[in-house]
Design a protein around this ligand. Sequence first.
Ligand code: AMP
Ligand code: ZN
Length: 303
Amino acid sequence: MKCKRCKEQAVVGLPSHNAAFCEPCFLGFFRKQIETAIRRQKLFTHEDRILVALSGGKDSLSLMLELGELGYDVTGLHIDLGIGESSRKARAKVEAFCEKHGFALRVAEMEKEGLPMPLVKQHIKRPICSVCGKVKRHYFNRIAREGGFTVLATGHNLDDEVARLFANTLRWDVSYLSDQGPKLPAEEGFASKVKPLFRLSEYETAHYAFLKGIEIHSDPCPFSSGASFTSHKLLWSELEHRSPGQKFNFYESFLRQGRPAFAQLEKEQGAELHSCPDCGSPTSTDLCGVCRVRAMLAEKTGA
Ligand code: AMP
Ligand code: ZN
């Protein structure tokens, strides 16, 4: 197998791009995909202060390294969920990575916020992953707003996005379908949210992290039975195998044609938002979801 660009020996085959690359050309390809995403979707500029949510996984650390090398103003944010050894290991990976590359890092400790996930899990009847996701998004928003960051970036890749889109489509969830995508513009109370890796697959980010020697946290969360949307991802890998490029086309066509139609529908049906009286986050209910969970835990544990 020869590199598509320089004809040297290739190390990575990418059927969906009908290409194979040697190491330097793959790294160039990877960067170009991010630059194209930033430019075409107008994700941010060099004037923005970008908060990058770092879980310690391959995607978010790869994203941080690329944005840093591209000269963007980036600060890391890690949410320490307080899940024993697992959280300690993830946090240590993020801290070591930021130390090594000289990146500023903020850490939000859920233990100190009265929201350690083991306690939440003990007292909440809903699936823990959905509450945990809510808590993470809440702190992403809050720390971005309080720290004066203009953009919040996450490491969601193409596989994450397609699996989520597929799940939302199966339910015809108008609210989610109206704003799923690589960019959610800033609104009052919310920083702009971006996913600069949406053109890159999980396979590609895993290769990038490996070639760059990034030490990642790869243990699965002890509270979840596996990565999110695992069965949908398997289905899509089968479809992609049969018809390379289909995954990206599905997502891109949605952004062009589906999303605007759902956004219009949501505008007609959507709920009004106001500020949560406890924390100021935008919410359609009285207290926001996270403040409700916190209040409930405080009541149960007498804290
Ligand atoms: P996941 O939902 O675990 O696939 O994560 C998607 C993205 O959310 C990651 O790429 C990170 O950018 C962000 N993220 C997930 N967990 C954390 C965490 N504990 N702290 C900071 N960011 C996180
Ligand atoms: Zn609140």
